[in-house]
Design a protein around this ligand. Structure first.
Ligand SMILES: Cc1cc2nc3c(=O)[nH]c(=O)nc-3n(C[C@H](O)[C@H](O)[C@H](O)COP(=O)(O)OP(=O)(O)OC[C@H]3O[C@@H](n4cnc5c(N)ncnc54)[C@H](O)[C@@H]3O)c2cc1C
Length: 388
């Protein structure tokens, strides 16, 4: 992650957020249903995203990006998720890949890839999960075997966002499957498609549509040794978990976006819809829901910002990022469901956005470490911080 550019001020942040919010309202909101309901990749929006510089949001200015600080990035992610979470999916794994290359890559890798990632010419994907291993990353089976100056990859990956239309893939492998502990034998490669690297299938999903999630496979796929992230074998697990703090802040920010969208729609609808002679916002049962939703949105926003601030200062923030991710994703689930109740039958209709929030929200509880795992990690941190 790039640090804040020296001259970046909060006025700059307001201006950037204004530009993106205007674009979201003018260009994205009107076509959201079209792309989401057809589960169709929004090529035209991607072109606009390139022009806006969204593919380089957090990439250092030294490599052609905007170099925005993590706190601003989190606010942008929230603004995008409020309108169309899937669009955020197109830049999120991409920017995480950019961060991995910036933090762990060799100087040659930074120069080779970051400028093209910043413009969106290359679009990134992270390939960690496999059909038989998600949470337990040390249980992956994809193997990379040295052969002269190349490595030969065999195995498969599952659920890869940007897997079809992306062009640069960080692929977690085992270069020493017998290593003990297993993480010492893991290595990340920077791969581009070629013979032996195939997209098997596009997965159908409950929500998070329009951005593709795919299964990939490697069958004797050759990749030069200089494509090892950082140039040395054995650091892949460290690289994969090194991106998780930012990844969790990102998921938390998306959760805030969905929760807030559900709240805003509910406030509006409850003033328009009348029952028994008055707007439903005047019924105490609805007020209780709105009050609870708004409080959760604000708490989620504060936790997310707190984690992003700590990350921005370069401090360890795995516990704060985990708490933000856990709370904001559950807030998104809660608010989407309450919004559906407030909207009555219309909440169930594909003509309103509520049913989309309801379908998109659960992903936030799964991605970047499930909420069960977040609770366990928070507890482990507490025990570390407060030894008996
Ligand atoms: C739409 C979508 C997009 C995704 N995009 C990507 C991507 O771009 N790149 C990528 O690499 N992956 C991606 N993923 C995968 C995602 O990161 C995994 O689904 C997630 O990490 C969970 O792994 P799993 O599905 O294998 O579940 P499992 O690991 O099999 O977990 C199943 C259940 O067991 C619980 N569990 C597991 N271990 C423990 C434990 N030790 N203690 C207590 N409970 C436990 C989990 O919390 C969960 O409830 C995506 C997934 C989805 C659905």
């Amino acid at each position: 992650m790039a640090t804040a550019p020296d001259m970046f001020s909060r006025e700059d942040e307001v201006q950037i957020l204004d530009t993106i919010t205007n674009w979201l309202e003018k260009e994205v909101r009107p076509v959201t249903k079209k792309y989401e309901q057809a589960d169709e990749y929004p090529f035209d929006l991607v072109e606009q995203m390139k022009e806006l510089g969204l593919f380089g949001l957090t990439i250092s200015q030294d490599y052609g990006g905007l170099g925005l600080p993590p706190t601003t990035y989190a606010k942008i992610v929230t603004a995008i998720a409020e309108v169309f979470m899937s669009i955020g999916g197109i830049i999120n794994s991409h920017l995480m890949l950019g961060t991995l290359i910036y933090r762990f890559g060799t100087q040659a890798q930074r120069e080779q890839f970051l400028p093209r990632l910043a413009t969106g010419e290359l679009r990134g994907a992270l390939c960690l999960t496999e059909p038989d291993a998600g949470t337990d990353l040390q249980g992956i089976k994809t193997v990379a075997k040295r052969d002269g100056s190349d490595y030969v990859l065999n195995g498969s990956k599952m659920w890869i966002t940007n897997g079809l239309y992306g062009s640069l893939y960080a692929v977690l492998t085992k270069t020493d499957p017998a290593a003990k502990p297993a993480h010492k034998g893991m290595t990340m490669f920077l791969a581009e498609k070629g013979p032996g690297f195939t997209v098997d299938r596009k997965l159908k999903k409950l929500g998070y549509r329009a951005v593709e999630s795919v299964g990939l496979s490697f069958s004797d796929f050759r990749i030069p040794a200089e494509r090892i992230l950082g140039g040395e074998e054995g650091h892949g697990f460290h690289h994969a978990v090194g991106g998780l703090e930012l990844g969790r802040i990102n998921v938390a920010a998306r959760g805030v976006g969905i929760a807030n969208a559900a709240l805003k729609d509910s406030i509006r609808y409850s003033q328009q819809r009348r029952t028994f002679g008055k707007p439903i916002c005047e019924h105490q049962a609805i007020q209780l829901k709105l009050g609870e939703m708004a409080t959760r949105v604000e708490a989620a926003r504060l936790l997310t910002n707190q984690a992003a601030e700590k990350y921005e200062r370069g401090e360890r923030c795995d516990m704060e990022a985990g708490m933000a991710k856990l709370f904001a994703s559950e807030a998104a689930m809660y608010c989407a469901q309450e919004a559906m109740r407030i909207h009555g039958g219309y909440g169930y209709s594909a003509e309103f956005d509520i049913e989309r929030y309801y379908r998109d929200a659960p992903l936030m509880c799964i991605g970047e470490g499930t909420n069960e795992i977040q609770r366990i990690l928070i507890a482990k941190n507490l025990v570390r911080l407060f030894p008996a």
